[in-house]
Design a protein around this ligand. Structure first.
Ligand SMILES: NC(=O)c1ccc[n+]([C@@H]2O[C@H](COP(=O)([O-])OP(=O)(O)OC[C@H]3O[C@@H](n4cnc5c(N)ncnc54)[C@H](OP(=O)(O)O)[C@@H]3O)[C@@H](O)[C@H]2O)c1
Length: 342
């Protein structure tokens, strides 16, 4: 076996877009196999937008890779040695921990053995196990099914539409009977998304009329938005959402090269912490009122529940009370006493 393991080492954390000079290709040591581990020869390396988070102090993600480290990378490899009885030599696996190098040793638990009946000669090409039939495809499927809760006839919008996740999500949405609308950049990507991937429409976020074109492509509004960009793209999408629409915060590629968070809320927190953010309008819950009254009344009556009322006398006080509510001049529930019961 070869004793050479070419490795792409992080030289410096990039400032903005990663450059070739930020990395160095070296002849590194061969990894050593431990218990329950496998050694793979990497055949394919996936390039994913989120790698950028690992390089440097970021407001999104964690700087997992420091200068001197082998650069991270999801890989597909051929098993060349194995101390895991469930993963035989000669089989193909994918792993999040293969890194940018020729050979890697990973725990058997961190490897996914590719099923022979799905990948290989006469079946899916191996490369698809890192793309449309791999983690990016799964992202599209899980985002659509589990977060989007799709229903036939609804409108599904996805940004980065010609990308692996976006194109997969849009096509799955079409198969499930939804209207699929993509957002992408270059004209050839818009054309591919509609002509080859079968989206109902695709609009360019680079168009000066982007917001109007998106609205025209979604005449009944947007029921599900799978967000991959953020910034101006997200800003154009949100106002078009229908009541009870679902926003799947899946990526913010517009922000990955920024070291400092743009002004306004940090949407990345929603993504990284898998938050559920939902709009509340109480008028949909009036049938809960009897239940609530019976919960709160005894607690108020036995003195265990605190409340404050800020009461003014006479209708003429109403305008000023409203002003006080809006400026913090009230303390507690603002009320006007108009008259007593006759
Ligand atoms: N939530 C998850 O677990 C998860 C998993 C995997 C991926 N993702 C996310 O999915 C998104 C796409 O990933 P992918 O694997 O499909 O990538 P991809 O196939 O490499 O596609 C990336 C595309 O994004 C577009 N893009 C890049 N920078 C942009 C910007 N500043 N503004 C608008 N569009 C931009 C580009 O197309 P245009 O020419 O159209 O600009 C680019 O070709 C990313 O946000 C990624 O983080 C999320």
């Amino acid at each position: 076996m070869t004793t050479q393991n070419r490795q792409l080492i992080v030289k410096t954390w990039p400032n903005g877009l990663p450059r070739r000079e930020d990395f160095e290709l070296v002849d590194g040591p061969m990894p050593v196999l431990g218990d329950a581990q496998i050694m793979i020869r990497n055949l394919w390396l996936s390039i994913d937008p989120y790698y950028r988070h690992s390089l440097g102090p970021r407001f999104l993600g964690t700087p997992f890779r420091r200068p001197g480290d082998v650069m991270m990378g999801v890989t597909l490899g051929e098993v060349v040695e194995s101390k895991d009885p469930t993963i035989p030599v000669g089989r193909h696996i994918t792993t999040l921990f293969g890194d940018m190098q020729d050979y890697a040793v990973v725990s058997g638990r961190d490897a996914r053995l590719l099923p022979d009946d799905v990948f290989g000669p006469g079946k899916l090409p191996l490369s698809t196990a890192l793309g449309v039939a791999g983690i990016p495809g799964l992202t599209a499927y899980a985002g659509l099914i589990d977060h989007g809760k799709p229903r036939p006839g609804e409108t599904f919008v996805v940004s980065s539409a010609s990308g692996c996740v976006g194109a997969t999500a849009g096509q799955l949405a079409r198969i499930m009977g939804l209207r699929a609308v993509g957002i992408a950049g270059a004209p050839e990507k818009l054309a591919w998304t509609v002509d080859k991937a079968g989206f109902d429409a695709c609009v360019s976020y680079k168009s000066p009329d982007f917001a109007a074109e998106l609205a025209a492509a979604c005449p009944r509004g947007i029921d599900i938005n799978m967000e991959h960009v953020g910034g101006a793209v997200l800003a154009a999408t949100l106002p078009l959402m229908t009541v009870h629409g679902r926003v799947v915060m899946s990526g913010l590629i517009d922000q990955y090269n920024k070291d400092v968070a743009p002004p306004g809320p940090n949407w990345g927190v929603i993504l990284v912490k898998r938050l559920h953010v939902s709009g509340l309008r109480v008028f949909e819950y009036l049938d809960l009122m009897p239940e609530y009254e019976r919960l709160i009344a005894p607690l108020i009556l036995d003195g265990s529940f605190a409340y404050v009322e800020d009461i003014k006398e006479g209708l003429e006080e109403a305008p000023l009370s409203l002003a006080r509510v809006l400026t913090g001049g009230n303390f507690g529930k603002s009320l006007i006493h108009i008259a007593d019961h006759a």
